[in-house]
Design a protein around this ligand. Structure first.
Ligand SMILES: [Zn+2]
Ligand SMILES: [Zn+2]
Length: 292
């Protein structure tokens, strides 16, 4: 199906959630194979939107922040973890009605967990965040991440990292979110002059930061011959940017092809590219919220 081809920090706002929900609806019509996942995501984004509205930015002051790393989850984040734990019960009740069949059984089991069990899940998630690979995500990880995401995005919107964290780093090692240190969910190509520039989008707080076009964000490889790019005529707005050194891949959403794309939503719609990349032996740099 695929053939080789040659080769901004953003704040949260109600409009952004509306944009994601609307995009999920449009893409569900365009990609029937992904319609179920997109329909569920649209409902989930509506739920996350209501959480974001409840967790007003001014009330997030208790979460730990510092000038050099944006915000931190790992230390002194009692206010943040309490909010997530308090939201778990209602979210599971909502999931009981809204979850797709594959998740419904897990929801029944998860509703039996008490607060201390969820705290352990959350601590584990925060401790290992970004270190997981594309292995199937446990439903508990989905629950924690779905609740953290709106809060993380709000916190990122309140803070601006130092300018030197928003410039492409010397290309060694992997690239992490300048706010929360998570791994990139997808890449984004935007028009710049005669060509396109690439940014990376954080898997948790959805912050976008600039990154070099021809460097693997997982291992820092920059030899052209080790970085194949694959595109598909069936999925014109997205591409697989692989690395033959670490065998990782980043899916990149091409906004020069479709300026209406919403990277975190278009990622869900183009799951066929992930299936193809896995068949080739590549591992995604970071899985998305719904990937199982
Ligand atoms: Zn982040
Ligand atoms: Zn690599």
């Amino acid at each position: 199906m695929l053939a080789p081809c040659t080769m901004t920090a953003r704040a949260s706002s109600p409009d952004r959630w509306d944009e994601r929900i609307a995009r999920a609806g449009r893409l569900a019509e365009r990609y029937p194979a992904a319609a179920d996942i997109l329909t569920f995501y649209g409902k989930l984004a509506g739920y996350q939107q209501s959480l974001a509205a409840r967790w007003a930015p001014a009330e997030n002051a208790r979460a730990s922040t510092d000038a050099s790393r944006g915000f931190r989850f790992e230390a002194d984040a009692t206010g943040l973890t309490d909010r997530v734990l308090e939201a778990t019960t209602d979210f599971l009740a909502w999931l009981d009605e809204a979850a797709p069949p594959g998740l419904a059984d897990a929801v029944v089991e998860m509703r039996r967990l008490d607060r201390s069990a969820w705290r352990a899940v959350l601590d584990d998630y925060l401790g290992r965040r970004g270190s997981e690979t594309a292995a199937p995500r446990a439903p508990r990880v989905f629950v924690v991440e779905a609740l953290l995401q709106p809060l993380a995005e709000q916190l990122a919107g309140q803070r601006r990292p130092p300018a030197d964290r928003l410039t492409p780093p010397p290309a060694t090692g992997e690239s992490r979110c300048p706010f929360c240190d998570d791994r990139p969910l997808v890449g984004v190509l935007r028009e710049e002059g005669e060509g396109a520039k690439r940014s990376l989008v954080c898997g948790l707080c959805l912050t976008e930061w600039p990154y070099l076009r021809l460097v693997c964000p997982a291992c820092g490889e920059r030899r052209f011959e080790a970085l194949p790019v694959f595109t598909s005529e069936q999925v014109p707005g997205a591409r697989v940017e692989a690395c033959d050194t670490c065998r990782g891949y980043l899916k990149t959403i091409d906004l020069t092809q479709d300026g209406h794309a919403v990277p975190c939503v278009d990622d869900l719609a183009t799951v066929s590219l992930d299936l193809w990349a896995r068949d080739q032996g590549y591992t995604r740099v970071r899985s998305n919220l719904l990937m199982t």
